[in-house]
Design a protein around this ligand. Structure first.
Ligand code: UD1
Ligand code: UDP
Length: 364
């Protein structure tokens, strides 16, 4: 029986790995172990509960305002005995977090095969997003199975010289999750509060945006809120205290802005579906929004998800206050542009990515 360990540690990895855990566990040919690093704590727990997954191992590494050094070294130290005792045949990691990088490095040191889910995303700049672009490239160096979400991500890997035999285009497991979370009957008191207004959904957390860029984002949003009385905003705020300080300073107690705790993924996906538009620097939200037909203003300078730009749903608006203010205002006033961006399209597959990955692991 093939022993497969899935390792993840943050909210977005969990959202995209849990559907795969449950698919693999259905099959008798696998012995499945789940190890969470605990890079996130509460935000990880929320996802595990939604998918009813109890990890076999939890490294519990999170601490307040952790640095990249903290996360990397604590994972390396913590995961070594787990891997040495458990001896998995294959370890599956996801995407581009420091959990992903440190786990793949540990597997490389121990000679354990790696499968990389969501492989082949690239920007042209190793510093953006930071440190994720480095992380994902480093994992590619040592991974035996590259599960690329799209042809475009496959081509990125081929261009870097990786063997086509190691690359499988499977779609994105985010769509697998979306299929199970969206419900037409969904309701929530905050959505009732937003009825009759243009309800904007906001998230922001990127490490390279902490400080001035994040202040710029929030000032731009605040200006638009002040000028457009028909707009209300919901901001499920990341638990990073550095983010929280800036948001509290700039939004204060604006009565048309609800700053709330992170939503669980069922709530969040349904909030996306019911919102008018989304402002974010998140990666995962850029993948989910095209399927839901929700315009997204991406508060970053570049994206590794050009599929969403191609689909017309995403627009990169950078991190300057002026540009975000102008693009946000324009999208509220320009109905033609709004309608153009609101068409649902799905560049990320049919929601069977987990099944495909499991089939491949069964045969290879
Ligand atoms: C991490 C990932 C990023 C991913 C993001 C998803 C890295 C370097 N960064 O960034 O790629 O996009 O997760 O959200 O891997 N915190 C809590 N409770 C939680 C989670 C976080 O209190 O459940 C606080 C802690 O103070 C922690 C801080 O947030 O120190 C930052 O967490 P960290 O994982 O280092 O960075 P993220 O910005 O979340
Ligand atoms: N998300 C969530 N609750 C929230 C905000 C986001 O469940 O309050 C989900 C969202 O749908 C997406 C993922 O979390 O699947 C994105 O996580 P995040 O933005 O933290 O990380 P990134 O995708 O940028 O790595």
């Amino acid at each position: 029986m093939k022993k497969i360990m899935l390792v993840f540690g943050t909210r977005p990895e969990a959202i995209k790995m849990c559907p795969l855990v449950n698919e693999l566990k259905k099959r008798d040919c696998f012995d499945i172990k789940v190890c969470v690093t605990g890079q996130h704590k509460e935000m990880l727990q929320q996802v595990l509960e939604v998918f009813s997954i109890i990890p076999d191992f939890n490294l519990e590494i999170m601490k307040e305002k952790q640095t990249l050094f903290d996360v990397t070294t604590n994972i390396l130290d913590g995961i070594r005995p787990v891997l040495e005792d458990c001896k998995p045949d294959i370890v599956l990691v996801h995407g581009d977090t420091t959990t992903t990088f440190a786990t793949s490095l540990a597997c490389f040191y121990l000679g354990i095969k790696i499968g990389h889910v969501e492989a082949g995303l690239r920007t042209s700049n190793i510093y953006s997003p930071f440190p994720e672009e480095y992380n994902r490239r480093a994992v590619s160096l040592v991974s035996s199975y590259n599960f690329a979400p799209t042809e475009l991500s496959k081509n990125n890997l081929l261009k870097e010289g990786y063997s086509s035999a190691s690359i499988y285009v499977v779609g994105n497991t985010a769509i697998d999750a979306l299929k199970t979370t969206i419900s037409p009957d969904y309701s929530h008191p905050i959505l009732e509060w937003g009825e009759g207004s243009k309800l904007i959904l906001i998230t922001a957390h990127r490490r390279e945006n902490l400080g001035i860029p994040m202040e710029n984002m929030f000032k731009a949003i605040k200006r638009v809120l002040d000028e457009h009385k028909d707009v209300r905003a919901v901001y499920p705020i990341h638990m990073n205290p550095i983010v929280r300080d800036v948001a509290t300073k700039i939004f204060g107690d604006d009565e048309r802005m609800k700053m709330i705790e992170p939503l669980d993924v069922i709530d969040f996906h349904n909030f996306m579906k019911k919102s008018y538009l989304i402002l974010t620097d998140s990666g995962g939200i850029q993948e989910e929004a095209p399927s839901l037909g929700k315009p997204v203003l991406v508060m970053r300078d570049m994206t590794e998800r050009p599929e969403g730009i191609e689909a017309g749903t995403l627009k990169i608006v950078g991190t300057s206050e002026k540009k975000i203010y102008e693009e946000f205002s324009n999208l509220l006033l320009n109905k033609i542009e709004y309608n153009r961006m609101s068409h649902a399209s799905n560049p990320y597959g049919d929601g069977f990515a987990s099944k495909r990955i499991a089939d491949i692991l069964e045969k290879n």
